[in-house]
Ligand binder design. Sequence first.
Ligand code: GRF
Length: 223
Amino acid sequence: MAFEIVVLVSGFGSNLQALIDAAKAHPDQYRIKAVICNRPQAYALERARQANIPYFTICAAAGQTRESYDQQLNQQLETLQPDLIVMAGFMRILSAGFTEKWQHKLINIHPSLLPKYPGLNTHQRALDARDAIHGISIHYVNAEVDGGPVIAQAQLEIKSQDSAETLAQRIHELEHQLLPAVVLAIATKKIHYNLAHHQVTFLGDEIQAPLSLENLYRAKSTD
Ligand code: GRF
């Protein structure tokens, strides 16, 4: 049976689309069991509908606590029993109880080279700091915002004419390659999270530095 993932989204869903396209190309390796979204108007839901993927909208009620929202989310995930939960632009902070329970199956994509710039406005912050390099990280999720062991990163050079908008566009292009590659590597057991030691392993060895797209492609070509 194919490895089953659930994708959590809040917005445009271009990363969801990259995962949908990769799942179509590798139907024997993983399938998207469902999409869960916290915003009913998100375009990501339209992408799920067009791909015939079941989707669920869980909106936070006014005044609802984080813990209560996460309980609802948890219930839905308990029903779905995914092998992996992918936060692909899911704009909510998760409670410690939730992340503790799912941490070995929960990954997030973040638009910066963590540990630099957790949180929001990462492109502008990289520009303001006059960074030469910017990038993206995919990491397992723990209770710390954009914390948790980093699995893979991809980077780009910031050009003098870059703005937050051009960076966002170039960053998205990197994300659309790296996220499906990481999901495929987890689905095929090349990447594993050793929960007891909070370590990520790649092909059996603990990773000493975030994996690159080249590492992942090379491992795939040896299948
Ligand atoms: C991505 O840049 C991701 O890194 C961030 O939110 C954005 C989501 O974009 N967490 P999309 O909805 O996948 O187009």
